[in-house]
Design a protein around this ligand. Structure first.
Ligand code: GRF
Length: 203
């Protein structure tokens, strides 16, 4: 199996995935690449220098309309196809078009910093604070054509403390993100999930 990790920024989830791959925790991984839509994403250097992983920068053009085609071409050039790969979104700040998602059906995984279906979209931690919930968390899910709506693989709860700020809550959630993203990839690579309707069950 080949893995493409798509990032736009810091890349801490990417880092924990790369650690797990290089530590042999995820079965059958042949090749890994990291792709960013931003040339300044700090995660790019981490991938190259700390892990010796190939990185690609796929920048959007002026109107951005052809981005997904360009991305797919680059991925395919690097042997990332539906039949042999997983695409892990890890803080990738672009919405992928339905054609792209259909071309990699059930092969695109995302991490979101809330207990979906609560607090979809941007600033999920701020949304949780504004809503006054006492428990939030994170979700690893397959990507479908909706925004943060695909079948859920794993979730973890995180308490919200009375004195939390967006930063402190985000940091507490991030620790759990790193754990469940790796765990989900381990289970996926070992074929331990079965899709029943919109429910992902473990087998
Ligand atoms: C994480 O909070 C992730 O859940 C969200 O974007 C953030 C990316 O952080 N989708 P990092 O780049 O992995 O550190």
């Amino acid at each position: 199996m080949n893995i493409a990790i798509l990032i736009s920024g810091r890349g801490s989830n990417m880092k924990s995935i790369l650690q797990a791959i290089q530590g042999g925790e995820i079965e059958g991984v042949k090749d890994v690449i990291v792709v960013s839509n931003r040339s300044t994403a700090p995660g790019l250097e981490i991938a190259r220098k700390e892990f010796g992983v190939k990185t690609l920068i796929v920048l959007p053009e002026e109107n951005g309309q052809m981005y997904d085609k360009k991305l797919m071409t680059e991925l395919q050039r690097n042997e990332i196809f539906e039949h042999n790969s997983l695409i892990c979104l890890a803080g990738f700040m672009r919405i992928l078009k339905p054609e792209f998602i259909k071309a990699y059906k059930n092969k695109i995984v995302n991490i979101h910093p809330s207990l979906l279906p609560s607090f979809k979209g941007l600033h999920a931690q701020k949304q949780a604070l504004l809503a006054g919930v006492k428990i939030t968390g994170c979700t690893v899910h397959l990507v479908d054509v909706g925004i943060d709506t695909g079948p859920i693989l794993l979730q973890e709860c995180v308490p919200v403390h009375d004195n939390d700020t967006i930063e402190s809550l985000s940091a507490r959630i991030l620790i759990e993100e790193h754990k469940i993203y790796v765990k989900a990839l381990k289970l996926l690579s070992a074929n331990k999930f079965l899709l029943k309707g919109n429910r992902m069950v473990q087998i």
